[in-house]
Ligand binder design. Structure first.
Ligand SMILES: NC(=O)c1ccc[n+]([C@@H]2O[C@H](COP(=O)([O-])OP(=O)(O)OC[C@H]3O[C@@H](n4cnc5c(N)ncnc54)[C@H](OP(=O)(O)O)[C@@H]3O)[C@@H](O)[C@H]2O)c1
Length: 245
């Protein structure tokens, strides 16, 4: 059998009600995984569940901010072969107007949630030996785009965290990697267009040799990192940006 499959694997996808997470759940199910989807919106989770390829999938709603929520959430999960951390928020806000409240809100979901959710899963033995952890960071961590000071910092944190986890969890053959996409056509891009204008977004996309990405582009790469095909890859960060950088 091809090593690119997820047959027999149980995969948790956070942010599964969002653009990248939803498609990651769909692609993982198409590659044979049993998928557990999570997000805050129960209605959206039900809709995603209906889109998955046939299989024994489930939805477990949770707000992943706050330790108690995460502990209650983890207690409902079976042992996992992989985690795709797709939950997160994007903030475009000039540095001189940034404030600590926004900083804490962004870091709570972009950094604390994936870090301490992973820790809880590991400590309760719900992350099997040989498992794979994928964090969705961002190109923003690398290019210094205006307005991204808080967001870029939160995503750079994930890159550092993944490298350390790759080291510390290697004794259990658990891998940790990051994917750092440029602009991907989800509601995030719609929000960007509302903040600036459709013309500014079109001009930005024109800078990408291959245009903005699609959720499918990121999802296929997440599945690769979750699959046995990437069993010798850990501690890496993959920039996906249609050639921009
Ligand atoms: N789209 C892009 O251009 C792009 C580029 C680079 C990196 N990224 C990163 O990729 C990830 C996914 O992006 P996306 O475009 O798919 O975003 P999205 O469509 O806005 O989805 C965000 C997801 O995060 C979940 N979420 C937010 N706060 C949460 C909380 N407190 N508890 C649990 N879940 C929460 C949302 O769930 P509910 O709505 O159900 O609460 C939703 O499923 C994000 O980390 C983003 O920063 C995106």
């Amino acid at each position: 059998m091809t090593p690119f499959h997820l047959v027999g694997k149980t995969i948790l996808v956070t942010g599964a009600t969002g653009g990248i997470g939803r498609q990651t759940a769909i692609t993982a199910s198409q590659m044979g995984a049993e998928v557990i989807v999570t997000g805050r919106s129960e209605a959206k989770l039900s809709a995603v569940l209906a889109e998955l390829a046939p299989g024994n999938h489930s939805a477990v709603p949770a707000d992943l901010v706050h330790e108690q929520n995460r502990d209650e959430f983890v207690a409902k999960l079976p042992p996992l072969d992989g985690i795709a951390h797709c939950a997160g928020v994007t903030l475009l806000h000039p540095f001189k107007f940034s404030d600590e409240k926004r900083y804490r809100e962004v870091y709570a979901i972009n950094v604390e949630a994936p870090l301490f959710l992973t820790q809880r899963l590991f400590k309760t033995r719900r992350l099997k030996n040989g498992g794979s952890i994928v964090f969705i960071a961002s190109l923003g961590a690398f290019i210094g785009a205006r307005g991204h000071s808080i967001y870029a910092g939160s995503k750079a944190a994930l890159v550092g965290i993944a490298r350390v986890l790759a080291h510390e969890l290697s004794g259990n053959a658990i891998r940790a990697n990051c994917i750092s996409p440029g602009m991907v056509k989800t509601e995030v891009v719609d929000g960007f267009a509302n903040q600036v204008s459709a013309e500014v977004v079109a001009a930005d996309e024109a800078r990408y040799p291959l245009g903005y990405g699609l959720p499918e582009d990121v999802a296929s790469t997440v599945v690769f990192y979750l699959s046995p095909a990437s069993r010798w890859i850990t501690g890496t960060n993959l920039i996906m940006d249609g050639g921009l950088t």
